[in-house]
Design a protein around this ligand. Sequence first.
Ligand code: MG
Length: 204
Amino acid sequence: MKILCIGRNYADHARELNNEIPEEPVIFIKPETALLPKGHPFFYPLHTSDLHFELELVLRINRLGKHIDENFGHKYFSEIGLGIDFTARDVQQECKKKGLPWEKAKAFDHSAPVGKKFLAIDDLPDRNAIRFELKKNGETVQSGNSADMLFGFNQLISQTSKYFTLKIGDLLFTGTPKGVGAVAKGDKLEGFLEGEKLFDVEIK
Ligand code: MG
């Protein structure tokens, strides 16, 4: 499996990092080793001293597809969950400055913890306005609504499938709202979707 990720999909987050608002989705990939195995602690990575959380809605792909028309995008997922797109911000800034790829900053081992539980999209109050929230040590640090995405789920399915064949079990991280920030050892992160807690991660 692979993890497809979207950057700068919320205008207020793009602005907080002084990035331009993109005209088409910014797409990158994390490998399967970016998942955090069940029961495995998350250790602060050795190659960064500015690790940031980015809470994101995550779609689980349930059909094989390539060159998917936007109008059929909704047929390729039925469940949604939450994940953290952990980012070594110092490494990413260095990569950006030099025009280098982002993998060391974004795709390292365990950089994509995902909640075990996914929810059926059809059971949510409004599939076009999904609310989600991240708490750090009990305080809300990110609060998002999918209605604020620059590119919606169906557009993301269509755009990513232009370049990558979507396979059953692939995950699509759909971008983070504003409020990203640093974590330190001992911090506890908890993700909520429509008020339901889907994961917690403690930084060791
Ligand atoms: Mg992200």
